[in-house]
Design a protein around this ligand. Structure first.
Ligand code: ZN
Length: 328
């Protein structure tokens, strides 16, 4: 019997993951290639396609049939036209890159394009921590802060695919300038780079902190993991940075909760691995601001699918777009 599978591509600033995923969300095989994002977009896409074709051929020889491909993009996209509008963390920004058209040509397959965190949200809903709920919001805290919304059992992406851009909720009117052009966005206070900036300030001000013991004179070694480790050892500066970040995230989540009234809040992303203190601070920030909904009725959980969620989510997005007749 022919087994139907989907290609899931998770485009990252450093590495890109290409995976073959079955209909139950299981990865049959994955391949990770360096993105080398300083190159022209066309060259990057060609490399991804050639890796995908290798996987595809190997599986088709074994009787599998690849039906469609999905790609998750770390940035702003026109998801209907399949065009990258802006990838802020890529050196040449990928403005107006018709990635769907290029990939469809190279792969001879229907291709669906989605924002990377929206893809993770879909994976967590279908196969991860959100399987049993009809509504959830996911927030991924990393270099940026992204998110996704599930309503009535389905991913809700909004008119332009931007539903879930939680990093750009205002938490401080007239606050710090954000990469998006606005001021006081959550991302400017609680993302990995925002936390690192606060640690650097403490170091430059010669504050007493264990972070200095770890990095010595090399300030480029300050990262969220170093801050989290210092906090775990009881370092006051590090604890304050994480508590502040968590408090702002809780504040933003309180706004999201009164709009969506979700059954579940899922926290993911690299910085979320900072551990219990961040979770506690987020929850406390939420509790301090959310009065319309009893906070203890909302399930508050870490993401479950880990590093593979992006590839699983993009493959699943391709499958569902195909089933709905949107692509193909
Ligand atoms: Zn912003």
């Amino acid at each position: 019997m022919v087994k139907t599978v989907f290609l899931g591509i998770d485009l990252g600033g450093t590495n890109t993951k290409v995976a073959l995923v079955d209909q139950e969300g299981t990865i049959l095989e994955r391949s990770i290639i360096p993105t080398r994002a300083m190159r022209k977009a066309e060259e990057v896409v060609k490399d991804i396609a050639s890796e995908a074709m290798k996987l595809r051929r190997r599986f088709e020889e074994r009787g599998f049939r690849v039906q469609a491909a999905g790609i998750g993009i770390p940035g702003l996209i026109d998801w209907e036209k399949g065009i990258c509008l802006l990838l802020p963390n890529f050196p040449n920004k990928w403005k107006e890159i018709p990635i769907r058209e290029w990939l469809e040509e190279e792969l001879s397959l229907p291709v669906a394009v989605i924002n990377d965190v929206r893809a993770i949200t879909l994976a967590e809903k279908r196969f991860g921590v959100g399987k049993e709920v009809q509504s959830l919001v996911m927030m991924a805290i990393g270099t940026g802060i992204g998110g996704g919304v599930v309503l009535n059992g389905d991913l809700y992406i909004g008119k332009d695919g931007s539903a879930g851009e939680f990093g750009h909720i205002t938490v401080e009117p007239n606050g710090l300038r954000c990469g998006c052009g606005s001021r006081g966005c959550l991302e400017a206070y609680s993302s990995g780079p925002a936390m690192v900036a606060q640690a650097l300030r403490a170091l430059v001000q010669q504050n007493d902190t264990l972070i200095r013991d770890t990095v010595g004179d090399d300030l480029s070694r300050v990262n969220p993991k170093v801050i989290a480790e210092a906090a775990q050892k009881g370092d006051g500066v590090a604890i304050e940075i994480i508590e502040r970040a968590g408090s702002y995230i809780g504040q933003a989540l309180s706004c999201i909760c009164v709009v969506v009234n979700p059954e579940m809040i899922v926290i993911g992303g690299g910085v979320a691995q900072a551990g219990e203190l961040l979770f506690k601070s987020i929850r406390q920030g939420l509790q301090e601001r959310l009065f319309m909904i009893p906070v203890d009725t909302i399930q508050f959980v870490p993401a479950q699918l880990g590093m593979d969620a992006g590839a699983v989510g993009t493959a699943t997005w391709a499958k569902e777009r195909l089933e709905k007749g949107v692509i193909g």
